[in-house]
Design a protein around this ligand. Structure first.
Ligand code: SF4
Length: 364
């Protein structure tokens, strides 16, 4: 048996996942774009010819250049060893189960730290702390090199969505901390090898094909979330009850969305396989039109006599990216007020904002 490093987070929470028979996740445009972005990064980091498109025929566009070139410069400036990309790091746990995968980037920096880094080109936020994929890559890389390191730096580069810790996020751990995580992996995979099959729902479910039909635990959660909407019957509710009901509705919304997305994926897959889903057909979804590769304003002017170049101002976010100071951007921009929204606040975050977070124990 083997588990992909990229999917390790799921069995670390839900051991039963590996025992379910699940359909393969179908490819989609966002995944194809992510693959192309990875190849763009690899070719430029390894000084290979770039070409016009990736091996899956997705073109390298201006957005990729805009978002990925700074990451490439940053990696090249920190590496004091060969930069490795897409290196196989398969390793076998003592349970006999293999962990398999290829990381995006690894190198050693000037302090002798092993750096293992992953590009996430999608919009769904990926956290770096306790990221099992990076942990498994780092262990595999240490085994492959046959060399221990005092410090291991794990990084997520996620250049498109906003994150308060920045678009590149680091988690620096010691060798002994990494070994403790290795023990956790060994223990969990031993439990799985011994037959542990508990299904544990969590935020990981949204990446799991079990949500379509195969996973009874998620199905129970789904039907429970439908029931919740009929359980609220009070005419007047106090503040605590209001908070509790908002929390339950939020959770129910998340579960229903995961179910809708996975059933949609399953329906598309089945119709593509020639099956009949009553009342449903496949139609094609298109994005906005973009000019074909190689078409430029000069070519259009030559063909039509029309000048189609227009000067537009960059978005404030892009202006910051090219070096305009954040303070200046703040002074020169307005935000349209769109109305109030009710947000759930983390009490620790509020506490840190008020009292500062210098004391990790939160004491006086
Ligand atoms: S849907 Fe959730 S609970 Fe079910 S197998 Fe997948 S990760 Fe586990």
């Amino acid at each position: 048996m083997h588990i992909r490093c990229s999917g390790l987070a799921r069995p670390m929470i839900c051991p039963g996942y590996v025992h379910l028979e699940l359909p393969k996740s179908p490819s989609n445009p966002a995944a194809e774009e992510g693959t192309a972005a990875g190849e763009y990064l690899e070719r430029l980091l390894l000084n290979k010819p770039l070409g016009a498109c990736a091996s899956n025929n997705v073109y390298f566009d201006d957005d990729m250049k805009f978002y990925l070139d700074p990451i490439i410069e940053d990696v090249k400036s920190r590496a004091t060893s060969n930069i490795l990309c897409e290196q196989n790091i398969d390793w076998q746990t003592s349970s006999g189960i293999w962990l398999k995968g290829k990381y995006d980037i690894a190198f050693i920096d000037e302090k002798g730290t092993l750096c293992v880094e992953d590009l996430k080109y999608g919009w769904g936020i990926v956290e770096v702390k306790e990221n099992w994929q990076l942990i498994a890559y780092a262990i595999g890389e240490i085994i492959r090199r046959g060399q221990a390191f005092d410090k291991i730096s794990l990084k997520i580069h996620q250049p498109r969505p906003h994150h308060e810790d920045g678009r590149t996020r680091e988690w620096l751990i010691t060798y002994s901390e990494l070994l403790q995580y290795k023990d956790k992996i060994e223990n969990r995979l031993q439990e799985i090898a011994d037959g542990k099959k508990d299904l544990q729902t969590s935020s990981q479910c949204k990446y799991c094909m079990g949500t379509g039909e195969a996973c009874p635990a998620f199905n129970r959660l789904f039907y429970r979330s439908l029931e919740i909407t009929t359980e609220f019957f009070q005419d007047s509710i106090d503040d605590d009850e209001l908070a509790m009901q908002l929390e339950q509705i939020k959770r129910a919304e998340e579960v229903i969305k995961i179910k809708k997305d996975s059933l949609t994926e399953l329906g598309v897959l089945r119709i593509k396989q020639g099956k009949n889903i009553p009342g449903y057909v496949l139609s094609k979804k298109y994005g906005n039109r973009i000019w074909k590769n190689g078409i430029n304003p000069e070519a259009i002017q030559m063909m039509t006599g029309k000048n189609i170049i227009e000067k537009t101002i960059m978005t404030p976010a892009k202006a910051e990216k090219v070096g305009v100071s954040k303070d200046l951007v703040n002074q020169l921009t307005d935000k349209k007020f769109l109305g109030n929204k009710l947000e759930k606040k983390d009490s620790t975050e509020i506490g840190n904002k008020i009292f500062g977070n210098n004391n990790p124990n939160g004491g006086n």
